[in-house]
Design a binder for this molecule. Structure first.
Ligand code: ADP
Length: 529
């Protein structure tokens, strides 16, 4: 069976989603993999299909008892023999499951990390043919992650103890660089395929406003979407109360939700929202976990959250059904100061030594700066988000506020011809930097060293800055006109499309950041600042 046939036969899907195939191929070829994909992107398929195609048993290390049970039930319904081993089994059930596993009855076994070290399990794996170890929720191995599980630290020793080291696949939705580095190092992954993907939500529109009067701005946004349901997130319970009262006074059917309310009221308000008896839910971040309302048309943040993870998770509750939906953040400088205060004055966790506590605080401040950067950037908001999560993204998405307002289209057909000519005539031997310097007519050491100043394309784009030339080269890479060679020093190469650019009639339109015409920039240009 091929992986495509497995996808069709067991899951009923025709095509793989972004990233799935690469991870499956890596694991099938015996290579480790570290995949960062958001919840719902389809991580399970990435290890379940290799599990089906490989000859032996796949062990899935998973931290949550309830999650394991669901997954196994689902697999069994799909006709895939699977079982779980965790503390919810009685000792007899556990022994029975191990017996069956020994008899080769299961393709996939879910196991709690604590079980790996137990004698019975160790004895079983010494005899068994383990083809793959998948580590779900791999961020649990890092103390920077939210749910640190010390027992995850035993996984690499366990893998080493197996008669043949199988490939290890690590999966998580948490993408901060610290956590990613920890997973790599602490799980002892060997040259893993690293992949971050699936964070883009194409149907979401992003916008940041910095209104003088947040309430008025909020009211306008809500009134402008009559009959549509939305969530308004506030930083504090007090804010929730005030904003909810304000909206109601203005005739908006709003309900409130925060951890300070009686459970009955929380339940009632949540149901009112789920069943469309109210239009707007005003809430703290306590609202949303496990709430599956697919037609939320907008998420407005009345305050800036403390980091991009929180923001994207909350904003991402809009448009689960795939229909166009908006994520709008109302930003003010006060939000930054409040968050700074909360971080610097928070009680240090008792289980941490002072140095670690200090490092964590520094990390939180750094995350806050990145969140603030999102609110202040004039560049593409979607790109900002995707880059934050480690995913590649083009310079413009044409579907966020910044792309619709701050960018303009310029015809770069002539510039593209010059770039293609320069690469062709210099033998496709040089990287982005050298080509850009040559085209700009820069007088640098490497330009002289390679005699680029004798080329007839030297200075051909002298009217542009090097940054602008590089932007055009990146654009041509995105368009598939150019490609970069693999390896440590990637050089620019022409693709088949380069010929069209050189000799074809069609024009190339590139979106580029409009000159900054905001007030401070104008004043700066006028020499006022
Ligand atoms: P994750 O573990 O990343 O949160 P899941 O593995 O639970 O996500 O998958 C989320 C949903 O997406 C599941 O219903 C799954 O069947 C579905 N899915 C996975 N891969 C594909 C695919 N290639 N095409 C369509 N749906 C898919």
């Amino acid at each position: 069976m091929t992986k495509e046939e497995a996808l069709k036969t067991y899951y009923g899907y025709d095509v793989f989603r972004g990233g799935q195939e690469a991870v499956i191929d890596a694991l099938l070829s015996g290579r480790d993999a570290l995949a960062i994909m958001p919840t719902g992107a389809g991580k399970s398929v990435c290890y379940q299909i290799p599990a089906l195609l490989l000859s032996g048993i796949t062990l899935v290390v998973s931290p949550l008892v309830s999650l394991m049970r669901d997954q196994v039930t689902q697999l069994v319904q799909m006709g895939i023999p699977a079982a779980f081993l965790n503390s919810s089994l009685t000792f007899r059930q556990y022994l029975l499951a191990l017996d069956r596993a020994r008899a080769g009855r299961y393709k996939i076994i879910y196991v709690a990390p604590e079980r790996l070290e137990t004698e019975g399990f160790q004895a079983f794996v010494r005899e068994a043919d383990i083809s793959l170890v998948a580590v779900d929720e791999a961020h649990c191995i890092s103390q920077w992650g939210q749910d640190f599980r010390p027992s995850y630290l035993n996984i690499p020793a366990f893998v080493e103890s197996l008669p043949h080291r199988p490939p290890v696949g690590a999966f998580t939705a948490t993408a901060t660089p610290d956590v990613k580095a920890d997973i790599h190092r602490l799980l002892d992954l060997q040259d893993p395929l690293e992949l971050t993907t699936g964070f883009d939500r194409e149907n979401l529109y992003f916008e940041v406003q910095q209104p003088a009067d947040k309430r008025a701005a909020l009211l306008e946004l809500v009134k402008g979407r009559p009959g549509k349901c939305g969530i308004v997130y506030c930083a504090t319970r007090k804010n929730v109360e005030e904003v909810c009262d304000f909206l109601r006074q203005r005739g908006v059917a709003a309900a409130r939700y925060h951890a300070g309310l009686a459970p009955e009221e929380r339940q009632r308000n949540q149901e009112d929202f789920l069943y469309d008896r109210v239009q707007v839910m005003v809430a703290t971040n306590a609202f949303g976990m496990g709430i599956d309302k697919s037609d939320v048309r907008y998420v407005i943040h009345y305050n800036m959250p403390k980091d991009m993870e929180s923001y994207y998770q909350e904003a991402g509750r809009a448009g689960r059904d795939g229909a166009p939906s908006s994520c709008i953040l109302l930003y003010s400088g006060q939000d930054v100061r409040t968050n700074e205060f909360l971080i610097t004055h928070s009680e240090p966790r008792e289980d941490l030594d002072p140095r670690t506590a200090e490092q964590l605080r520094e990390r939180d401040l750094q995350r806050l700066r990145q969140m603030t950067g999102y609110c202040r950037t004039r560049r593409c908001l979607r790109q900002y988000i995707l880059h934050y999560f480690g995913e590649h993204a083009p310079d413009t998405c044409s579907a966020c506020y910044n792309c619709l307002h701050n960018f303009e289209e310029v015809d770069v057909s002539r510039d593209a011809k010059a770039i293609v000519a320069c690469i062709a005539k210099t033998g496709q031997h040089f990287g982005v930097g050298v080509i850009a310097e040559t085209l700009c007519g820069a007088d640098t050491e490497r330009v002289r060293k390679y005699h680029m100043d004798r080329e007839d394309t030297y200075g051909a784009l002298g009217q542009l800055t090097q940054k602008e030339v590089q932007e055009r080269i990146r654009f041509l890479l995105d368009q598939g006109v150019l490609e970069l060679s693999p390896g440590q020093y990637p050089v620019l190469r022409l693709t088949e499309r380069a010929e069209d650019v050189m000799y074809g009639e069609s024009t190339l339109q590139m979106k580029t950041l409009r000159e900054d015409r905001s007030a401070p920039a104008r004043r700066a240009a006028a020499g006022e600042l």
